[in-house]
Write a protein that binds this ligand. Structure first.
Ligand SMILES: [Fe+2]
Length: 250
């Protein structure tokens, strides 16, 4: 069972991330994941044409696609322009999704807060508890902002609030999710929330610098990237797939 995860395209007329998306989707068309999840920040500044172009690209895939908004998205535009691609539990309000693919449950919780960069999972814990109550098979939990510290101060200030309440909620369930899979920080990072593996997916827009423990602000040498999660017999292994940007001089 192969779950591809793309995050943080941040499509803008003046950025190359739509071309990076095209390259990633072209690769995925041949790779053929069972499902693709996009964990938010598809388009910047409410660029309607950007949502149309993302939708067109995603429609070229054979697999189901599920999408969460990020803090940079215009939720209303995203809903209307991607209606032929994604489905959400409600026609209005938080854009949560819940689906099952080959007995793996995928839950997407929309933790975005209107007009804020940070997220908050607290208002959505009742929905999450309800949704997980009857899940007896392995599950993956997706959200945009990570509920665990990345160690990069400027990003941790705009993470997902109330991670400890999320952990308590999940620990009260019969079965923990295999992992919490996020975006938002524009770097692949791997940590934990309690004993639950928690990760962030790299971005398709240019990655952020690795500003850890006061080290110098080095120029970024990372390529854009996405993740492929392999789930088999309740075991999860996540693979980073990088998408080097072609040399513009070539
Ligand atoms: Fe974000």
């Amino acid at each position: 069972m192969l779950v591809a995860q793309i995050s943080d395209i941040h499509a803008r007329p003046d950025l190359s991330s739509l071309q990076t998306l095209e390259r990633a989707i072209g690769w995925l068309r041949t790779f053929r994941p069972d499902v693709l999840v996009i964990t938010g920040d598809l388009v910047d500044d409410g660029w309607r044409q950007g949502y149309r172009l993302v939708a067109e690209s995603l429609r070229s895939l054979d697999c189901p696609v599920h999408l969460l908004p990020g803090n940079g998205d215009d939720a209303q535009l995203m809903r209307s322009e991607l209606a032929a691609v994604g489905t959400w539990i409600n026609a209005t309000g938080p854009m949560h999704f819940r689906t099952a693919v080959n007995s793996l449950t995928l839950l997407g919780v929309d933790v975005t807060v209107a007009d804020q960069s940070y997220g908050d999972v607290l208002p959505h814990l009742p929905w999450l508890m309800n949704s997980l109550a009857d899940v007896t098979a392995p599950s993956l939990l997706f959200m945009h902002q990570p509920p665990f510290s990345i160690g990069i101060g400027v990003l941790d200030q705009v993470g997902c609030s109330n991670g400890s309440a999320l952990l308590s909620t999940l620990e009260a369930m019969d079965r923990l999710p295999l992992a919490i899979l996020c975006g938002h920080v524009h770097r692949p990072a791997f940590g934990r929330l309690g004993i639950i593996p928690a990760q962030t997916c790299g971005s398709l827009c240019p990655p952020n610098p690795l500003l850890l423990e006061g080290r110098a602000d080095l120029s970024v040498i990372d390529a854009p990237s996405f993740l492929v999660h392999e789930v088999s017999d309740g075991r999860l292994v996540s693979h980073v797939v990088s998408v080097p940007v072609p040399d513009s001089g070539a």
